[in-house]
Ligand binder design. Structure first.
Ligand code: AP5
Length: 226
């Protein structure tokens, strides 16, 4: 059971399956937490960064354009990311339980266009992490990741873009709807961070019931679970 037609009209939602956004700075742990959410809730994970890196790997004109922007720590144009996400959603619409969108939207225009073209997320998870911690993680990952943006010069540019363009998105959703955003500190170890997220998703199941099947029994207790 997804949103009713009426709900969909109210939310201007063209997609009836639940959409959850995972936002946070570079290296805040979005991908790490998404792996756990997928394991337990069976959502389809759509990482804008991964989708773009796949495009780069294909060596297309579009890929080359994106590669340079990513190396510069800049955002690629909204139409490109939105199209990649919409296409991936479309391709799995019969099998996906819901969509877990990681790293998108990361600018106000992206959020507005998604509202208009796709709909409103049921939940926005914002991972809070100090710059120093994110920097340490990215530099460590850069020793083995092979990612062209995991170097000090690009990391500083990514932080700047995040501060200027992406942080306002959290405010945007805060103003749009009460209780849409949950903020979670991603400083503790990954499984500790996940406990908060797991509980938040369960507590939102009222609005998701029927769409969201918890594939695994919880591996930890949760204050919010009755
Ligand atoms: P993207 O790939 O999304 O990069 P990012 O946002 O900078 O995030 P990362 O993937 O680096 O980190 P993460 O938060 O997923 O952390 P992770 O779990 O990996 O985007 C790359 C680029 O693509 C952008 O700069 C932009 O150019 C472009 N782009 C992407 N989306 C776009 C959009 N919507 N619009 C326009 N352009 C877009 O963890 C990082 C490390 O920390 C790992 O080694 C992990 O093991 C470790 N770690 C994680 N959690 C913890 C923890 N709790 N404690 C200790 N270590 C931890």
């Amino acid at each position: 059971m997804g949103h009713s037609k009426e709900d969909c009209q109210k939310l201007r939602c063209k997609e009836a399956k639940p959409i959850v956004f995972v936002l946070g700075g570079p290296g805040s742990g979005k991908g790490t937490q998404c792996d756990r959410i997928v394991r337990d809730f069976g959502f389809l994970h759509l990482s804008s960064g991964d989708l773009l890196r796949e495009e780069v790997k294909k060596g297309t004109e579009l890929g080359r354009e994106c590669e340079q922007l990513m190396k510069d720590g800049k955002l690629v144009p909204v139409q490109i990311t939105l199209n990649l996400i919409k296409k991936a959603m479309e391709e799995s619409k019969t099998t996906a339980n819901g969509y877990l969108v990681d790293g998108f939207p990361r600018a106000i225009d992206q959020a507005e266009l998604f509202e208009e073209k796709v709909g409103r997320p049921r939940l926005v998870i914002f991972l809070e992490c100090p710059k120093g911690e994110m920097e340490k993680r990215l530099l460590k990952r850069g020793e083995t990741s092979g990612r062209s943006d995991d170097n000090m010069t690009t990391i500083l540019k990514r932080f700047d873009t995040f501060q200027r363009e992406s942080l306002p998105v959290v405010q945007f959703y805060n103003h749009l709807q009460q209780n849409l955003v949950i903020k979670v500190s991603s400083v503790p170890p990954p499984d500790e961070v996940y406990k908060q997220i797991y509980c938040a998703i369960l507590s939102f199941r009222g609005g998701m019931d029927g769409d969201t099947k918890c594939a695994r029994p919880p591996s930890h207790t949760c204050d919010l679970m009755s």
